[in-house]
Design a protein around this ligand. Structure first.
Ligand SMILES: [Zn+2]
Length: 363
């Protein structure tokens, strides 16, 4: 919160130092909608907690800016509010980790995506469990241990919600559909199934690109064997490509090498988000049977599971930097911008369920 011209009864506006408004209101509304679905699904205790998530925000002034000081987060796995905070936190932590590693050692970064065939809701929990086990097995293979110094792993589960094969879908894989005698407008045989997959950031030695190279087909083989499946799972491996879209005025002052490093880092941050997207779970704003079913399936499959994890050098640096748990730790102080020392005065904003806004209560 940059501006100080607020008073009791005003609507909360919380902006970052670059002037971007923080989406408190949007996340709170999404959390309310998600809570309604939890209630409909019979998950009453989680529904109640989520409905009360971040009801009251206390900001404290540190002499320069107002920063979030205190609030209560429900920490339910599928909560849109908590997942927004988790995303900021994980991205902030990963940025620090990547910076530290890059400073210390000459390494390269890769993105690895590990998938399995879509599965039904009934099998989802078992498949997720098998994937975790398989991933651990993969990291113990000789080729992996030789080339990879560390990793960050995130489990994402999406659901196929197209009842029919759309033109867009058809175009992405025409051969696959044609072989099954399916075309645009046909009933989608995968409708309602789940697609669990891992997004992995790998930190590799420079020798990965010479003597320790692992071909795409070898990655696929290793994952297939680790998963113990009789089909070739889809596996992607690619070098982290520096992101082009970056504020050029900000970059002018830097040398080329450093510019590339910043662009690379921005690309890395793309896998650093918390892998649960509330807009994937709840389509629209209304409680629908399909949304409720998705909530039940995912809540069940993700209960007590860790969706993110670090390994090797990245895990060591995470510990060394004394970073707390990005998933279930403190969700109040999630970035450097939010850290603050002794407060001078406080501002409290409370969620107003009628007008769906945070209203300043007292200062
Ligand atoms: Zn929450």
């Amino acid at each position: 919160m940059d501006s100080l011209d607020f008073s009791t009864g005003e609507i909360l506006v919380d902006k970052t130092s670059t002037g971007k408004e923080r989406p408190w209101e949007d996340k709170k509304i999404r959390a309310e909608i998600t809570a309604k679905h939890f209630e409909e699904a019979g998950l009453f205790s989680k529904a109640k907690r989520m409905d009360q998530c971040a009801d009251m925000l206390v900001f404290r002034h540190n002499g320069e800016k107002l920063k979030l000081h205190q609030t209560w987060f429900c920490k339910v796995r599928l909560c849109p509010m908590c997942n927004w905070r988790r995303s900021i936190k994980i991205a902030t932590q990963n940025k620090k980790i990547v910076e530290t590693v890059n400073e210390r050692e000459k390494v390269k970064w890769l993105f690895l995506t590990l998938t399995v065939q879509n599965c039904s809701a009934e099998k989802l929990e078992d498949v997720v469990q098998a994937m975790s086990k398989a991933f651990n097995g993969l990291t113990r293979r000789k080729a992996f241990k030789t080339a990879v110094k560390g990793f960050f792993r995130a489990l994402e589960i999406t659901r196929d919600r197209d009842k029919e094969i759309t033109e867009k879908r058809f175009k992405t894989n025409p051969g696959y559909y044609k072989r099954q005698g399916l075309g645009v407008g046909s009933e989608n045989p995968n409708y309602g199934t789940y697609h669990p997959h891992f997004h992995v950031l790998l930190c590799v030695k420079p020798s990965y690109f010479t003597r320790d190279y692992i071909k795409q087909s070898d990655w696929t083989d290793m994952w297939q064997r680790a998963m113990k499946v009789d089909y070739k799972p889809i596996v992607h491996i690619q070098k982290v490509k520096p992101k082009k879209e970056i504020d050029s005025s900000e970059l002018e002052k830097y040398e080329q090498d450093f510019k590339n490093a910043i662009k690379e880092q921005n690309a890395i941050l793309e896998v650093s988000k918390y892998p649960v997207k509330d807009t994937d779970i709840i389509h629209g704003k209304e409680v629908t049977p399909e949304n409720v079913e998705t909530v039940l399936d995912l809540d069940n499959a993700l209960a007590y599971k860790r969706l993110i994890g670090y390994g090797g050098l990245l895990k060591e640096v995470h510990q060394e930097l004394n970073l707390d748990d990005g998933e279930d730790g403190d969700l109040v102080r999630v970035s450097e911008e939010d850290e603050m020392a002794n407060g001078i005065f406080e501002v409290t904003a409370r969620w107003h369920i009628g007008i769906k806004k945070y209203v300043i209560e007292k200062e």
